[in-house]
Ligand binder design. Structure first.
Ligand SMILES: [Zn+2]
Length: 103
């Protein structure tokens, strides 16, 4: 990708049970909400390396409505932070990760 620096979504939309993104390079991604939540990159869901670099994966925090995407906001021009139905909202998904999840 030659224009990596300016790579960003032109449009983000929730369509049914998927998050649809139209990217600045003309491509599109459709990410099932369930997969999106399962790949939540926050420390409580994905874990953090301890002092030895070993990543302990915690039991993911999931409550009722955890796969319902209520809203989202863009963060720092490089990521999207979704808010879920169980009020979990600490996952910050970089555009790169979203693109990867959307195939
Ligand atoms: Zn999380």
């Amino acid at each position: 990708m030659s224009d990596q620096k300016n790579f960003h979504p032109l449009a983000v939309e929730k369509i049914g049970s998927e998050l649809a993104l139209a990217w600045s390079d003309g491509s599109e991604s459709f990410i099932p909400l369930e997969m999106l939540r399962q790949r939540c990159p926050c420390a409580s869901c994905a874990g953090e390396p301890d002092v030895t670099g070993h990543v302990v994966t915690p039991k993911p925090v999931r409550g009722p409505g955890c796969f319902d995407l209520l809203s989202w906001q863009t963060v720092g021009g490089y990521a999207i932070q979704p808010r879920w139905g169980d009020s979990h909202a600490s996952g910050i998904y970089s555009y790169r990760l979203l693109k990867e999840l959307g195939g």
